[in-house]
Design a protein around this ligand. Structure first.
Ligand SMILES: Cc1cc2nc3c(=O)[nH]c(=O)nc-3n(C[C@H](O)[C@H](O)[C@H](O)COP(=O)(O)OP(=O)(O)OC[C@H]3O[C@@H](n4cnc5c(N)ncnc54)[C@H](O)[C@@H]3O)c2cc1C
Length: 218
């Protein structure tokens, strides 16, 4: 399925890095759980890092700082970025990064009732699968203190940069300098228990599994 192409999402520069299929968007969203929410608050742009979850149609995130201004239904831009490698070329000009990134535009909608709880579940399960069933669920008071927004995935763009430096077949290739890629990845390390844990509470299987799963790698 194709991503919708709007005036905002149409790639202009570095167009070869643009992806137009919805599967590429899902792949980028699946590979992380932190996004940057770009929003204008009282006339000043703010970019707020925040946790997200998503399903087939929406991206979900918490409100907090942004909730004030989002009440008016203003359009936001959410980005998700994964840096996969430092691209070290022969020339400084050709240096860059390999990455996968997505941008989603639209007016988020504050959720309530069963939708709010369902979104909280999606968000929790996306970052830590199994925790919704394991941890204590939010109380009515906690839910009332939480603002959850749904942002449609209808207007989104994806870019992917991969491969070696671009000067391997140019004049600088004869300089005799090393060039290549230093790969980068985010991995889960073995869990570290809370020092306040009483003896006898072991690491649950779903949390132990996190450390074995290359969740946030390519
Ligand atoms: C970690 C990282 C580092 C980068 N470093 C540089 C850098 O140093 N210099 C540089 O020129 N570029 C860099 N980029 C690429 C940068 O994000 C832009 O794609 C590029 O600068 C072109 O910008 P533009 O607004 O002219 O893009 P255009 O493609 O013309 O923008 C049109 C539309 O394309 C979409 N779009 C643009 N960029 C992205 C993106 N990254 N992901 C998803 N959708 C996108 C947006 O919807 C945007 O409105 C980097 C990207 C990442 C993820």
């Amino acid at each position: 399925m194709e991503l919708s192409r709007t005036e905002r999402t149409r790639h202009r520069r570095l167009r070869d890095q643009g992806r137009s299929d919805r599967a590429a968007l899902v792949e980028v969203l699946r590979a992380g759980f932190v996004c940057h929410l770009g929003v204008v608050v009282d006339g000043t742009p703010m970019v707020v890092p925040t946790v997200y979850g998503f399903d087939d149609d929406f991206l979900y995130f918490h409100g907090s700082v942004a909730s004030r201004s989002l009440a008016g239904g203003q359009t936001v831009c959410v980005t998700v970025t994964h840096v996969d490698g430092l691209v070290l070329a022969r020339s400084v000009f050709e240096h860059g990064v390999n990455y996968r990134s997505a941008m989603v535009y639209g007016p988020p909608r504050a959720l309530s009732g069963a939708d709010k709880l369902a979104a909280l579940r999606v968000l929790t399960e996306h970052a830590a699968p199994g925790q919704w069933d394991y941890a204590r669920r939010p109380s009515a008071k906690e839910l009332a203190a939480t603002v959850i927004f749904a942002l449609s995935l209808d207007e989104a763009s994806v870019k992917v940069a991969e491969g070696p430096p671009g000067d391997g077949d140019g004049p600088d290739a004869s300089l005799g300098l090393w060039a290549g890629v230093v790969p980068l990845e985010t991995v889960c390390r073995p869990p570290s228990p809370d020092p306040a844990l009483p003896a006898g509470i072991g690491v649950p299987a779903h949390i132990a599994a996190l450390a074995r799963t290359p969740l946030f790698t390519k």
